[in-house]
Design a protein around this ligand. Sequence first.
Ligand SMILES: [Zn+2]
Length: 465
Amino acid sequence: MLKLYNTLTNRVEEFQPLNPQEARMYVCGPTVYDYAHIGNFRTFLFADMLRRYIKYKGYRLRHVMNITDVDDKIIARAVESGKPLREFTDQYIQFFFEDFDALGAERPEEILRATDHIPEMVELIKRLGASGHTYQSEGSTYFRIASFEKYGRLSNMNFEGVVAGGSERVDADEYDKENVRDFVLWKAAKPDEPSWETELGKGRPGWHIECSAMSMKSLGETFDIHAGGADLIFPHHENEIAQSEGATRKPFVRYWVHAEFLMVEGQKMSKKLGNFFTYRDLVAKGHTPRAIRYLLLSAPHHKQLNFTLEGLRGAERVVERLNDFKKRLTELKPEAGSSPAVAELIEGSRRRFEDALDDDLNTAEALAAIHDFARETNVAMKGKSIKADDQKALLALIDRFDSVFNIFGEVKQELLDSDIQALIDERQAARAAKNFARSDEIRNQLTSMGIILEDTKEGVRWRRK
Ligand SMILES: [Zn+2]
């Protein structure tokens, strides 16, 4: 039985979907104004692993992810770029899914864009208005948190003082607990900003209402799992509960699951500290998507993960070793038959793997089970005690493991064309700066990944071996 830590109840609980046939899960998706960084991908890969394990457990799954394509930050960046909002966000959505796919994540059943759901948001805000949760001021509509008794329950904060005050409000999409206030549902239009003409007036939605409207539209008014990064607990998820339950008077979400922060080299990731990495930055440094995926999944989601480049180099060696192991096992030509010792190894490894993931998705322990399994299988291969039926069963177990982790398989064929081009550009820049050590290093790295470079008069051409 899968057990999950539920942020709402502060307890580890058995997961039982409302409909025993189908689990329903919503994950807050990317805000598309830049390339996603590895902290974002920690959350998305965690959600991917959770998704895969739910299916592993035999449930049908309906997984919805939104794309926030309108909010304060996006509008500011789009205005800066001089592009219309849709055109500006389209390109970052494309980049996001290139990275998402390269990192071996499965696409959710439904991917919903906020700006495609303005009517649903307006409906929900009207419904909240009818039940006395909203008020208007200067063309904007706000949620009155004093009208929702359970406000603060998810983030475990005592907001009494604020609730008593009542009249303060916040217009920003992002704010902290120090600034807990009535929050904006619909923002009055400002000049030069994208806006929609609706019954609430000309304006645009606040960030929080987007997720309430889209999740309930696709999954119903009560659904099973809502996941996201721990940084979303307040105010985003707290506000989602207020908006959804304020309108429906039904429980919104049964299990709230949050992935902890990612630290880089022991510190909070920031551009100033030079420890800020997008997925593409790491690929340009020569790291493979599979190693990045491995490292991001290696710590359980309820623990902070300290991401280091040293750790990533280690992950590179680990996935390569696993890949070699599977290859050797595949190429084995054993004699017919089976051996009880191997059957025992398979059963024990499978049970240990499942026990670990059932225990609030303890990925560190599940990966340890895989490594021990590989080590013991290696010993059996050397001792020639693996027979033909064993070989099949061992490979089937690897496939079972990999249906959750997706870390075996070819390490070297995963480079995207755009990643290769980024490396070639970096090599050209290194050559121009007469940094031949670096340019040779990049060439060798590409060669080892099966990429052939040809220097021509028109520039560098490349092809796959
Ligand atoms: Zn959200």
